[in-house]
Design a protein around this ligand. Structure first.
Ligand code: ZN
Length: 147
């Protein structure tokens, strides 16, 4: 099996068996993000407990956006905010790599499978959607805690 097929299989597996997805997100702090160019939507809430982020989400949309949300959950669940920001930065860098990948990818886990997506500008937004929602939810959660 070549690398490209392996990556496609990783994405397909996350799409079929998503991690972190719940039937509905019932939280007043939930954020809702949409990617109008593809029709992807995600509702996501994060709760900080002892410095660790606990994430739930519900989403609809294409296989890329749904698989990306599952991988994002695997990477970021129970991590600190600073670790999550490092992961977000690495994934953003991967998405901007035009298919080349990045040198320092040890934080990315299964997210490295999305390297092929970075060649298609229209699909990059699909892959980034869950990360944008998580970043937004965390900043709201942190602001809420400091009040
Ligand atoms: Zn999409």
């Amino acid at each position: 099996m070549n690398l490209e097929s392996l990556y496609q299989e990783i994405i397909l597996n996350h799409y079929k068996n998503p991690n972190g997805k719940v039937a509905s997100v019932d939280s007043p702090d939930a954020v809702h993000h949409v990617n109008p160019s593809c029709g992807d939507e995600i509702t996501l809430a994060v709760e900080m407990l002892d410095g660790q982020a606990h994430i739930i989400f519900n989403n609809v949309g294409c296989s890329i956006s749904q698989a990306s949300a599952s991988v994002m959950f695997d990477l970021c669940e129970s991590q600190s905010v600073s670790k999550i920001m490092e992961i977000e930065d690495s994934f953003l860098e991967l998405m901007q790599s035009r298919g080349q990948g990045i040198a320092d990818d040890e934080l990315l886990g299964d997210a490295i499978a999305f390297v092929g997506v970075s060649q298609f500008p229209a699909r990059i937004k699909c892959a980034l959607l869950p990360y944008m929602a998580l970043k937004d939810a965390i900043s709201r959660e942190i602001e809420g805690v400091s009040k």
